[in-house]
Design a protein around this ligand. Structure first.
Ligand SMILES: [Cu+2]
Length: 338
């Protein structure tokens, strides 16, 4: 699509109007709670795990190819849209929304009434193996073993997912293979480094590179791929990344509450993907193909992510714009972190 200055002005006007109207929306008074897994009681932990098991027992309802259960559908939605929402400006908003959508499914379809937990990964950086999050009785179970790195304990050890690591579906267990060098990317020092960034573009790339990647590579297994919601730890991880983003937004709301930028399609990989990482691992070979440069995206006719950018869900969940979810305490979202 050829970008004219007229269409750019219209897009900017739409984004400004959108952001103004979202800010005016009715106040969010009855906030949903998001809490650190480390501080939950054993009973609260079990409630959440049981709700996830419930989602894994409900039949798929959207008619997408592949999913057997409601749980699988979120894995499919994520892998279908993955190239649009990774290494692009919509990375943080998209994951904010999928955590919210999944939580709403737990609440409305599995009668879950507890908080959305997050994993404060700084507490376990470099030592995922001993995390309470991976407890076999009141947690998600530990790492995998044997053929396929299948998890051996915990509530999800017998779950078979029909969704593959990206586009090719194969039935598989939930797999994990912990790497403590990778898990050390979750350390506080890297969070602090990102928190000091002054623009959304610098902040997002900083987060996606180390704190975000630390969990995916540190836990290994299915979490390393675009089928990563196939491990329920995905939601604790992305709730945590969302908390970090919200903390950054809240430090300067006047400038950051509605600040968005970054390429709106996968025109290029960020620089960190072309370099060997701090653990000596060479760049990934599983990356998706790049989009033709300048193609534009729904809601974004230009090259840059704006508040009008559409977060899409294969036609089965309501599309939402980035502008609608920038504020977690207004508009369609209403939650707070402890
Ligand atoms: Cu993702």
């Amino acid at each position: 699509m050829k970008l004219t200055s007229l269409s750019l002005s219209i897009a900017l006007l739409a984004a400004e109007t959108a952001s103004a109207s979202f800010m005016e929306q009715t106040a969010c008074t009855n906030k949903q709670q998001r809490k650190s897994w480390h501080t939950l009681t054993a009973e609260e932990r079990l409630d959440y795990l049981h709700a996830e098991q419930c989602l894994m027992s409900l039949p798929a309802k959207y008619g997408l190819e592949g999913p057997v259960t409601r749980y699988d559908e979120f894995v499919r939605l994520h892998s279908l849209a993955a190239p649009d929402f990774h290494f692009t400006g919509a990375f943080l908003p998209y994951h904010r929304l999928i955590v919210h959508n999944h939580y709403e499914a737990l609440r409305t379809e599995c009668n879950y009434s507890g908080p959305q937990p997050y994993w404060n990964e700084t507490l376990d950086a470099g030592n995922f193996k001993n995390s309470v999050v991976l407890d076999s009785a009141t947690g998600f179970g530990g790492e995998g073993a044997a053929i396929g790195d299948c998890i051996q304990d915990g509530p999800f050890k017998d779950y078979i997912s029909p969704i593959g690591s990206y586009r090719i579906d194969t039935a598989h267990c939930i797999s994990r293979k912990i790497d403590e060098c990778q898990s050390s990317k979750a350390a506080q020092v890297y969070i602090n480094n990102c928190m000091a960034k002054q623009t959304f573009g610098d902040f997002w790339l900083c987060i996606e590179e180390l704190p975000h990647d630390g969990l995916h590579q540190g836990m290994g297994g299915i979490l390393r791929y675009f089928g990563s919601p196939g491990d329920p730890l995905f939601y604790l991880h992305h709730a945590y990344i969302d908390k970090v983003w919200w903390t950054w937004q809240s430090a300067d709301p006047e400038h950051r509450l509605y600040e968005i930028s970054g390429q709106n399609q996968l025109y290029a990989f960020p620089k960190f993907l072309s370099e060997t990482d701090m653990c000596g691992v060479a760049p990934e070979s599983i990356l998706p193909p790049l989009e033709p440069y300048g193609l534009g995206a729904p809601g974004d006719p230009g090259m840059e992510t704006t508040l009008g950018h559409v977060l899409h869900w294969a036609g089965v969940l309501t599309n939402v714009t980035v502008g609608e979810i920038m504020d977690i305490e207004g508009g369609m979202l209403c939650y707070e972190y402890d």
